[in-house]
Design a protein around this ligand. Structure first.
Ligand SMILES: Cc1ncc(COP(=O)(O)O)c(C=O)c1O
Length: 416
């Protein structure tokens, strides 16, 4: 068995982009994986092979290319549904988590009415907040928020106080994209179900990083993005329990999603196609299947192990620096996302994350700065203008993390 460092070196061979230079002749250090990950050769080859050899529309033609494209597209659905332990019918391909959540929220317009309650958490990404704000406006439903504890972990006591017989829908992230905390998804789902509520899991930051089993979690819906798990841009998935997807109103109407059409009306296709109107992103869908193959070949337990190894090292090094404030839980109860700020060096100065990110970028290091599409959390709860964020994936190395942290020491010296 390879050591973790040896395995990372081997994985890196599949990602040619990691060898490129940026900003003159600087080695690229890519630590913005929560935004999107890089793509391995295997995924890129799958996409180019589709366009070089197969390109045709799916589910329409009787000709050879269309048949091949349809078969591969369906095989890809099967791989992705197996990956999270769902049935084939229960896995819809979308363009990202945002689209998946909008499909669910749109369906709620028929189901919710005045006085019904939607429960969310304080650390929603905008994608898991705004669609529900809109549904609440249209239906008269009310949104309630589960509070965090002082370490930004979800407070189950607060959840128990808030969820009640009026709660019809609960949605929460499996892992926060700002502070890396992991929610007790199974417990929260059970609580929702005790009150008859439907539960949606925003798994944008968990499906790429850990084994996620929808049957075990028992969530009713789950959204994730392919592009955050080595797959092409414009790919994602929505899982929904079959009986709920049957009841849910489609979001987009048109070709492919219908069974029978007259001038007056139409009936809907079987699942999952009822929610995949129009020509889909076939190349992207095949790329998503190839990404799943790639991750399964490593093993999701090993993926989590690699990330934990990197996160633990980064947390230890960051905690040694008195001018760095890291937000969120300790290394053992978080994923590979670390938000931090430079505050209180010798001059006690807060260095704006945009300055930090720009100075890191000059050295070839890609980190994220801002509110990370979770503005209410950062500005209203953490009471900050922004944070810097490093996020890791299976191809990052200890050397890259050390280089990034040593660079933070230099950045601090420039200001404090
Ligand atoms: C927790 C979480 N939810 C939702 C999203 C939205 O993902 P996408 O932009 O792929 O739709 C993100 C993206 O960063 C995220 O981190």
């Amino acid at each position: 068995m390879l050591t973790i460092d040896e395995q990372i070196s081997k994985i890196r061979e599949d990602f040619p982009i990691l060898n490129r230079k940026v900003r003159g002749n600087k080695d690229l250090v890519y630590l913005d994986n929560a935004a999107t990950t890089q793509k391995p050769k295997q995924v890129i080859d799958t996409i180019s092979n589709y366009y070089l050899e197969i390109n045709a529309n799916v589910h329409r033609g009787i000709h050879a290319l269309s048949e091949e494209a349809s078969e591969l597209y369906e095989q890809s659905h099967k791989k992705v549904s197996d990956f999270v332990n769902s049935k084939f019918e229960e896995m819809i391909f979308t363009k990202n988590t945002t689209e998946s959540i909008n499909i669910v929220a749109n369906g709620l317009e028929d189901i919710l009415s005045k006085g019904d309650e939607i429960v969310l958490t304080r650390y929603e990404h905008h994608a898991n907040l705004i669609p529900f704000q809109q549904v609440a406006k249209k239906t008269g439903a009310v949104i309630k928020f589960i509070e965090n504890d002082d370490n930004y972990n979800l407070d189950m006591q607060s959840a128990e106080n808030i969820v009640n017989d009026n709660t019809k829908f609960i949605s929460f992230p499996h892992m926060s994209n700002v502070i890396g905390s992991i929610t007790p998804a199974k417990e929260l789902t059970k609580l929702g179900h005790e009150y008859g509520a439907m539960v949606h899991l925003d798994a944008a930051q968990s499906v790429p990083h850990m084994k996620v089993d929808v049957k075990d979690l028992d969530v009713d819906f789950m959204s994730f993005s392919g592009h955050k798990m080595l797959a092409p841009m414009g790919t994602g998935g929505l899982y929904g329990k079959e009986e709920l997807l049957e009841k849910l109103h489609p979001f987009l109407f048109g070709g492919d999603m219908i069974e029978y059409v007259s001038y007056e009306e139409a009936t809907w296709n079987v699942l999952p196609w009822k929610f995949e109107a129009g020509t889909p992103n076939v190349a992207g869908g095949l790329g998503l299947g190839a990404a799943v193959d790639y991750l399964e070949n490593i093993g999701m337990d090993r993926v989590s192990q690699i990330e934990h190894y990197l996160t633990k090292h980064a947390m230890k090094r960051l905690e040694e620096l008195d001018f760095i404030t890291v937000y969120g839980p300790d290394a053992n109860s978080r994923g590979g996302v670390i938000s931090f700020n430079i505050i209180g060096g010798d001059n006690g100065m807060f260095v704006h994350p945009h300055d930090v990110a720009a100075l890191m970028d000059e050295r070839g290091i890609a980190i994220r700065a801002g509110h990370h599409c979770a503005q209410p959390l950062v500005t209203q709860i953490m009471k900050l203008p922004a944070t810097s964020r490093m996020s890791f994936y299976i191809y990052n190395t200890i050397e890259e993390i050390d280089f990034a942290i040593n660079s933070l020491v230099d950045v601090n010296k420039m200001f404090n």
